[in-house]
Design a protein around this ligand. Sequence first.
Ligand code: AGP
Length: 609
Amino acid sequence: MCGIVGYNGTKKAVDILLDGLSKLEYRGYDSAGIAIQDKEIEIFKAKGKLVNLKEKVENKNLLGTCGIGHTRWATHGEPNEINAHPHVSNDGNVTLVHNGIIENYQELTQKLERHNYKLYSETDTEVLTNIIDYYYKKYKLGPIDAINRTMVRVRGSYAIAVMFKEYPDEIWVARKDSPMIIGINEDGTYLASDVPAILKYTKNVYYIDNLEAACLKKDKVTFYDLNGDEIKKELKEIKWDIRAAEKEGYEHFMIKEINEQPDVVKKTINSLINENKIDLSKTGLTSEIINQFKEIYIVACGSAYHVGVCAKYVIEELARIPVVVDIASEFRYRKPILNKDGLVIIISQSGETADSLAALREAKEEGLKTLAIVNVVGSSIAREADYVLYTLAGPEIAVATTKAFSTQLVASYSIAIEFAKVKNTIDNETYVSLINELKVIPDKIDEILKNSTSNIQKIASKFSHIHDAFYIGRCLDYAISLEGSLKLKEISYIHSEAYAAGELKHGTISLIEDETLVIGIATQDDVFEKTISNLVEVKSRGAYVIAITPSDKDVSKVANDIITIPTTNKYFYPSLTVIPLQLISYYITIAKGLDVDKPRNLAKSVTVE
Ligand code: AGP
């Protein structure tokens, strides 16, 4: 899951490329490189974070106005300077950056070796570069022919930007499954893996589809299909604000995005309510269509999957429709038994997660309707789903999702309420009271951020030394504890497990000893007492208990630290409990002095399986 950028225009490319890469570093940050075309193509690469590359080129006085760049998340070949991109064909004819994975690169390597190509790196990308060169030389029909023949020949996912020695001042691009956006303004043409990299320069973009290619000249972009025929593309305007891709005085993107939640959750709720009724019309779903669905399958990865687990509890209880929640990488291979009258809901912040995209295609192949809940307009999952519900979190830069997660939660509540209304499983009074409570969730999130952040920081900073932690709860509290546990793991590197509180005594409680950190979530009335007794069980074995509970509940007997949250409707508590869970993870990670925005080994959008 790398980040690629490109610029061809009238300005110095090096500044625009490095700035763009800094906005894409959340996609991968183990090495980086750029290629600048002036009189000839010059390449600079560096291992580690982008700052190493910046130091390498800062005194080079690179004046070229055409170039491509890359920030890497290694898949083939360890993170080092040789394996870093851009890669060059044997005789320097082709220079290329790539995001994705070439699955049949070994077979192609043998083909190249049969034609006396020598490879200097361990990467699939260098193979791809030479395969383009091979077709370019064999058929002598220019860049588009070489690229199209390559697209037919390679298997895998890719977004590539290519410079040909014999075609100066041109950047050629192509994609299949990996994201790419192309921008244009009076200073030139731009390409990037994601919007934040070019938002500073233009909001006018083209969306290039799978198995399409394009040529970026200084003043125009020409698109081609796989036959090499020119195709027309509509220029679209991006609605996002550039400030969203900046830290705006916050120390980290994660804490900035945590504090943006009241605003973006309100925006998302308002986009789904009209005249105090849930309005899903923008998604394309109507009451007639909703009524056809007899079963729901929610499929996603990571935190998005955890939204699905929360949604299952709410949809089943409110709308009385069976909900199956699946991890996308399992769903796509486990041959699920799917009810043809089922709706498959794919949840994804980026809209580009490979396993979730494949699960979407799998569901469509099985003849089921698909609804995508995504945050990135124009992303692959959004473009391929039958119905799309856009969350309005804006660009999310920190690798660990927070604000997008919270917007996905309220989106799933809205679906549950509307399905319940259409299926007549709730009366109008309940319908109206749920909507009224939903509308005040942003204020309650804001209340927690304002009143509890410093207390949570104090509590969390006591645990920078721990190696293990447990999150427990029942029902919806168990569902959200999954997210709390992942948040801690992914940024603090502390091992933690989320457990259905009632399940502990069937084995895992043997791990509880003196000072073991147990974070207990207790919001659900009908299982509150049960959860308290589970907290008593761990406390009596020496655990240090942090309890997250509504202000109207008393957990003082079992908790060492208590984090109270405002009361709300039982279905909406995940939106409130997740805030302290995010802050606990953030402040423990800060206390450990770790890079909270770019945790090791992770990337924001997992575009390979
Ligand atoms: C969450 O903090 C992680 N970044 C990761 O688990 C993420 O939720 C997962 O990769 C799914 O990403 P998506 O929502 O973009 O599909």
